[in-house]
Design a protein around this ligand. Structure first.
Ligand SMILES: Cc1ncc(C[n+]2csc(CCOP(=O)(O)OP(=O)(O)O)c2C)c(N)n1
Ligand SMILES: [Mg+2]
Length: 365
């Protein structure tokens, strides 16, 4: 009875509106009431989402530069192209107390959860002021106070942990929800099936979000998954399962909010297959295209850049004019520059830090 599937909707309805661009030089007064296309959201809210996406983008472009200069070492996976998922789901749809747990492509999600860019950048540079005191690096951003529970490098390893978080919320009779992000490749791992089975069985307030960017490193979804419509995997575990356009921040917000409201009200779990695309290589050591996907494919997908599309919607609806974007660009570049300055001027972790926070002390020890 709880199971239903929403079939893939064509993106054409959304993209077609882009053709009717407004004259962006005119100074438009912000609408008193937000048009239905903007879901009745406040102007400040909409702009905070634009800023969040732009901050993630500029932050990661800077991280890529620093990586090239040898200032960041080890693994580093960029989220460029996928920003609307993080912003719509975390910044938009959930409350500050709700939990987020994710994989290694985690910088933007940490930003959307309100973690200071300075602390994230310091972590990338391995500094003592970083989110895990320089010991975790890019793949292990963590902030207990913000209920951001990682940053996990083992594909699928965190999916059953989300079940544990959901169990704790229900057991304690609390009202938070847990968003668990994963890639399309993670849905082929055993822990995905074990985690979803328990969440479906025990009706836990977990929303599983598959960020379907169509590739697991260099392996396409057609070569790795027995079915391409990944939302169908949620149906097997008695969860509401839907497909979402991950290039449209408003749609991501709407669908994740609906799932979070259900989870809060009745502990009902959901699975959302959010269709997205990464514009960069899998990690810093991989090319942007390569033998597994063509340059033409990447260029074509860049036409639906979520930040550009949202900026066009904001202009078309008269929420802002071009000047806003120029001002936002300056403001955000400054935040990124300050985060780099902070990270570069921060100390390395002292040697004895190596032995700290490895095991938790048992109570009373
Ligand atoms: C258990 C495990 N197997 C293999 C790897 C190596 N690995 C790292 S990322 C990755 C691809 C995962 O793809 P996907 O889940 O689609 O996430 P995306 O990178 O696209 O965000 C693999 C195989 C790993 N980290 N953990
Ligand atoms: Mg993937």
């Amino acid at each position: 009875m709880y199971i239903y599937a929403v079939f893939r909707k064509s993106a054409s309805a959304y993209f077609s509106v882009k053709k009717t661009r407004m004259n962006t030089t005119a100074v438009a007064a912000p609408p008193k009431e937000s048009p239905s296309r903007l879901l009745g959201l406040q102007r400040e809210t909409l702009l905070s989402w634009y800023d969040d996406m732009l901050l993630a983008r500029r932050f990661e472009e800077k991280a890529a530069q620093l990586y090239g200069m040898g200032k960041i070492i080890g693994f580093c996976h960029l989220y460029v192209g996928q920003e609307a998922v993080s912003t719509g789901a975390i910044k938009g749809a959930i409350n500050p107390d709700d939990y987020v747990i994710t994989a290694y492509r985690d910088h933007a999600q940490a930003i959307s959860k309100g973690i200071e860019p300075k602390a994230i950048m310091a972590e990338l540079l391995g500094k003592h002021t970083g989110t895990t005191k320089g010991k975790g690096g890019s793949m292990h951003i963590f902030d207990r106070e913000k209920n951001f529970l990682g940053g996990h490098a083992i594909v699928g390893g965190h999916i059953p942990l989300a079940a544990g978080v959901g169990f704790a919320i229900k057991y304690r009779d609390e009202k938070e929800v847990c968003l668990c992000f994963m890639g399309d490749g993670a849905t082929n791992i055993g822990t995905f099936h074990e985690g979803l089975n328990l969440v479906g069985l025990w009706r836990l307030p977990v929303i599983y979000i598959i960020e379907n960017n169509k590739y697991s490193m260099g392996t396409s979804i057609q070569r790795s998954s027995a079915i391409e419509e990944l939302y169908r995997k949620g149906i097997a575990y008695n969860m509401r399962s839907e497909v979402v356009d991950g290039m449209n921040v408003l749609e991501v917000y709407q669908k994740v909010k609906a799932a979070a409201d259900r989870a809060r009200a009745t502990y009902e779990p959901s699975l959302l297959e959010i269709e997205t695309y990464r514009f960069r290589g899998h990690s810093m050591s991989d090319p942007i295209s390569g033998h597994y996907r063509s340059k033409e494919e990447v260029e074509k997908r860049k036409l639906s850049d979520p930040i550009v599309m949202f900026s066009e919607t904001l202009k078309e609806e008269g929420v802002v004019t071009e000047e806003y974007f120029e001002e936002a660009e300056r403001r955000i570049k400054k935040i990124v520059a300050e985060s780099v300055e902070f990270a570069e001027n921060s100390p390395e972790p002292p040697l004895d830090e190596l032995w700290k926070d490895i095991y938790i002390e048992p109570p009373g020890a």
